[in-house]
Design a protein around this ligand. Structure first.
Ligand SMILES: [Zn+2]
Length: 123
């Protein structure tokens, strides 16, 4: 069947919703982890919408309140970031059951806040 009229595509999207595209192998892994969790969510889609919205607000917070810190890369159990105030590369990672900073160790610091709020941080 050939689609000759774009109005024929309307059946592919539920009215009032988007169809965000995610690679199937990545989505399969996310769904596998999500399905193994005991959450208040009955389906992945509403969780994904809430998580995306939260990530955008957190990113906005980071850009406004911690503009001197930028994401540098992912590493084992955490991430690397660059602090322009101290001009140094900092690692934030999970060690045991605690978040650990390569500069401030277990003390509270902006690096840990940045990592915890950053959408790429995973452990
Ligand atoms: Zn720190």
């Amino acid at each position: 069947m050939f689609i000759t009229d774009l109005s024929d595509l309307s059946f592919m999207v539920v009215q009032g919703y988007t169809n965000l595209s995610v690679k199937t192998d990545r989505m399969d892994e996310i769904r596998r982890i999500f399905d193994s969790l005991d959450t208040e969510y009955e389906a992945l889609a509403p969780f994904a919408a809430d998580a995306l919205e939260s990530a955008v607000y957190k990113l906005d917070f980071l850009l406004e309140y911690l503009p001197h810190i930028t994401f540098s890369g992912l590493g084992k159990n955490g991430m690397a970031l660059f602090d322009a105030k101290s001009d140094e590369l900092v690692r934030v990672f999970v060690k045991g059951k605690k978040l650990h900073c390569s500069v401030h160790k277990e003390k509270p610091c902006d690096h840990k806040i940045f990592a915890a709020f950053h959408h790429k941080f995973a452990c």
